[in-house]
Design a protein around this ligand. Sequence first.
Ligand code: DON
Length: 309
Amino acid sequence: MTLHETVAAIVAHIATIEDRGTVASYIPELAKVEADRFGMAIVTADGETFIGGDADASFSIQSVSKVFALTLALGKIGDQLWERVGREPSGNAFNSIVQLEQERGIPRNPFINAGAIVVADVNLGGHQPRVAIGEMLRFLHYLAGDDAIAINEAVAASETSTGFRNLALANYMRAFDNVRHPVDLVLGTYFHQCAIEMSCRQLALAGRYLMLDGRHPDGGRVVSAARARRINALMLTCGHYDASGDFAFRVGIPGKSGVGGGILAIVPGRASIAVWSPGLNENGNSKLGTVALEELARHTGWSVFSPPD
Ligand code: DON
């Protein structure tokens, strides 16, 4: 089967599945999305794009933004970031607070909400949230080669008025001096970063540097090869929260999910992949997005655990 046929077969199969998971509703604005949408985009290392379903429909990238935010924060303070955020899977839900007291305000990893809030604090860097958010948008425009990527202000406002757990996490970490700017500014940055909308095509394009050893396809260096490998390692070990082990087992490539139903997945040296299906499983990851990636990995043999051919 060609990759084009594989994508078509996956789209056709996904359309037949009735149990699509549950669309996130704790951010009220996200509950408006239709559960039967599905999109997929694959950009290969040689620059070809394969798309299927609603690949050009925009969705809320939510926690997928944590990959790009981490990349920016590492660019700002490098390995000093690891004094404030760990690199271990948490074994807990994405919005859990339980470990923070025992671990003195140092979140387990940059992909759980607590860790991403510390990353947003770093990215704020003494500026106003609009400066940090502008920087993030420009970064995504460059990575995807598409200036149309923008924030859905209604989603940001919806989370600002209901994000009490994140407020608790941020205040708690401020008590340990691991959040250093005023909490409302840090969360303003974080909620707007999560409210960025992208299509599968845009997301797969934006992820290319992670399949290309840190390089933009235009030849520019986004991050060092070592840093790209480490970001991929964190995606594999922590990108799906308490289901990261299951994702590695079923799919076998680094991936980062978001409660909007998107997943960015990277096959180093081969492909940058984005899938979107808004219904979530019990861990808050896209139910059918995971199924689609599992099928893609099975059809193609793509895995970080296979020898190169
Ligand atoms: O902070 C939150 O709860 C959301 N803005 C993002 C959470 C998220 O996407 C978790 N991922 N599956």
